[in-house]
Ligand binder design. Structure first.
Ligand code: ZN
Length: 73
């Protein structure tokens, strides 16, 4: 999947990226929930760059855990 296809999987709403709060309100997608004290859950939202970065990390860890990681050098 390319970047555009990955981003199209998410619903985009203006919000604050959890890694880039200094950017202020930017288009963000929900990437998870963080449990808070009590029964509240806090939505974790990420900007496009972070959504792509998180997707890359997930793909890497899933290929490692499946034992299909092959050395390319
Ligand atoms: Zn971000």
């Amino acid at each position: 999947m390319d970047r555009t296809q990955i981003l199209a999987c998410y619903d985009w709403v203006d919000g604050v990226c959890f890694r880039h709060p200094g950017k202020g309100e930017v288009p963000t997608a929900k990437v998870g929930l963080v449990p808070l004290l009590g029964s509240n859950k806090h939505e974790v939202r990420a900007c496009a760059d972070c959504v792509i970065a998180l997707g890359d990390m997930k793909r890497e860890s899933s290929s490692r855990s499946a034992g299909k990681c092959q050395a390319t050098e």
